[in-house]
Design a protein around this ligand. Structure first.
Ligand SMILES: Cc1ncc(COP(=O)(O)O)c(C=O)c1O
Length: 399
């Protein structure tokens, strides 16, 4: 990277941390991205679970180019009939469990969460909103109000006041379900917690959560922003657990690499946004036709090539090839989302530097800085898995 570009990046791109990775991207293809000097990196993050169909997937590129040439933005969401939106919404409704068939497209994960929270308040006419400890749902005020920070308030305190009448309960605690009451508008829950460091629901928990919400008339909202679109080994993680929420939030891989999100519910619930007041939720760019065309192409690619059916086996292969390394304490995994636990944050920071040197892009988790992430594009081949594991093990040897 040229020194000028590096300086301009640091000077003009608003920074989110004191230590950005500072690797220039020249191009990306499949499971790799490349620097201008041609150094390849295994992308084991997928832009945080976005690039499920691989970088520069030709099917998606073609869909984007075609749609961009036909029409891009025309009118705010929900007024004109735009074929890519309609076709994608129908395909999602077909793949989701019954009752989740009305799709509100937006732009980002946090926005989908905002829409879902508003819908739950509007439908139930209640105000209390419950989330789970160690949950991340986005950085806007509403989504951040639902962030269940692990200990203390360090993530949220600088931004208060946030939304009132919110609280976090413990994920997987059957006792805490009693805190969901007739006052509760909604419970927001990731069926598999991502930024907590890949935490899976214990047997029967999501079923009990569903039952408690139904008993007291609270809406259950699943955040499948990170694990949806195949990453968990099912198109939607809820299908693995046989639990259907009232609303599901989708984003990240939903746009096939373009910015797209959605909250999906039944028509009965969703229709409350059309009256008292009219235009209960509006957006200019939500459901952009190019993003919908890209997402639709990506979903067709996943389905036509049976990619999701291979996810569990590929995830298990990573696990098998890494589990016996002495530096690895534990591996938590849902499909191709793995947290490789080292049990020590100093070791984690060290291995991140080693990874960069050796051509691996990994990351830790917002609420877990002792484990590194493996969430490659779902199209990764067995030989790419084996090869990337060789590099990872070489780095682990140096800890
Ligand atoms: C589970 C979950 N929900 C919501 C979000 C927020 O999505 P976005 O960054 O698109 O707003 C994220 C992002 O990491 C996430 O992992």
């Amino acid at each position: 990277m040229s020194e000028i570009l590096r300086k301009q990046f640091l000077r003009h791109i608003a920074q989110t941390s004191p230590s950005p990775q500072l690797i220039e991207v020249a191009r990306a293809e499949g499971v790799f991205f490349y620097t201008p000097e041609g150094k390849p990196y295994y992308d084991l993050i997928s832009g945080v679970s976005v690039s499920n169909v691989g970088h520069a997937n030709p099917i998606v590129v073609e869909a984007v180019q075609r749609q961009a040439a036909e029409y891009m933005h025309v009118m705010v969401y929900g007024e004109l009939v735009e074929r890519p939106q309609v076709e994608y919404a129908r395909r999602l409704a077909e793949a989701l469990p019954e009752g989740l068939d009305s799709v509100y497209f937006l732009n980002s994960g946090a926005e989908a969460v905002e829409g879902a929270l508003k819908l739950a308040k509007r439908y139930t006419a209640r105000t209390e909103m419950i989330s789970m400890r160690e949950a991340y749902h986005g950085s806007t005020h509403g989504a951040m109000s639902m962030m269940g920070t692990p200990e203390g308030e360090e993530w949220k305190s600088a931004f208060r006041p946030l939304l009132p009448d919110t609280k976090a309960i413990r994920f997987n605690s059957f006792d805490d379900l009693a805190l969901i009451t007739e006052r509760t508008a909604c419970v927001l829950c990731e069926p598999v917690q991502g930024e907590a460091g890949v935490r899976l629901p214990v047997e029967g928990y999501l079923q009990a959560l569903r039952q408690r919400c139904s008993e007291v008339g609270a809406l259950l909202i699943f955040d499948e922003i990170q694990v949806g679109m195949g990453r968990s080994g099912a198109m939607f993680a809820m299908q693995k657990y046989g639990v259907t929420p009232d609303i599901v939030c989708l984003a990240k891989a939903l746009g096939g690499g373009m910015p797209l999100s959605a909250f999906v519910s039944s028509q009965e619930i969703m229709n409350t946004l059309t009256h008292n007041p009219v235009l209960g939720h509006i957006t200019t760019f939500g459901g952009h036709p190019v993003c919908c065309a890209a997402g639709l192409a990506a979903m067709k690619y996943l389905q036509n090539n049976h990619i999701v059916e291979e996810v569990e086996r590929k995830g298990a292969l990573y696990e098998e090839l890494l589990a016996d390394h002495p530096a690895v304490r534990e591996i938590r995994r849902s499909g191709l989302l793995l947290a490789v636990e080292l049990g020590d944050s100093a070791k984690l920071y060290k291995i991140m530097d080693l990874f960069i040197e050796e051509g691996i892009l990994s990351d830790w988790f917002l609420f877990c800085d002792t484990a590194f992430r493996i969430s490659p594009p779902l199209v990764i081949s067995d030989s790419e898995i084996r090869d990337s594991v060789k590099i990872i093990r070489r780095c682990l040897d140096k800890l």
